[in-house]
Design a binder for this molecule. Structure first.
Ligand code: SF4
Ligand code: SF4
Length: 116
């Protein structure tokens, strides 16, 4: 115990290292990979993002025209953003909000009519 006393006293009188989240939030770091957003108007439901996602947290349902993302399974790596050729995906500089339950983000996609 005695060898630890200096560290104990130093921590006892120093500023708290943690925050009272969620009331106290930290400003995101520059270029943080944050919340995933799907700009539905340019999404083609190709499914590439779902195939490339290492966490398998994207589900593309062509039949029901929905794109779904599970922010609680996401590791915020950005692979889906890099693999989306239409530029539909982006990561905003926002940390995931506190939640009381698991929420799935669902985006309804309206595909543009194919021109012949
Ligand atoms: S977000 Fe991009 S990669 Fe994913 S289904 Fe839509 S167009 Fe394809
Ligand atoms: S950021 Fe990474 S883990 Fe999250 S949905 Fe995209 S590919 Fe999957």
């Amino acid at each position: 115990m005695f060898p630890m006393m200096p560290a104990i006293l130093r921590n006892f009188f120093s500023k708290r290292a943690t925050r009272r989240y969620p009331p106290m939030t930290r400003e995101p770091f520059a270029e943080v990979r944050g919340e995933l957003k799907n700009e539905g108007s340019v999404c083609t439901l190709c499914g590439v993002c779902a195939v490339k996602c290492p966490s398998q947290c994207i589900v593309v349902d062509k039949k029901n025209a929905t794109w779904q993302w599970d922010p609680f399974a996401c590791v915020y790596c950005g692979v889906c953003v890099d693999s989306c050729k239409t530029g539909s995906l982006r990561q905003e500089p926002l940390y995931r909000k506190a939640a009381t339950g698991r929420e799935i983000v669902s985006v309804k996609i309206v595909l543009k009519e194919q021109t012949k």
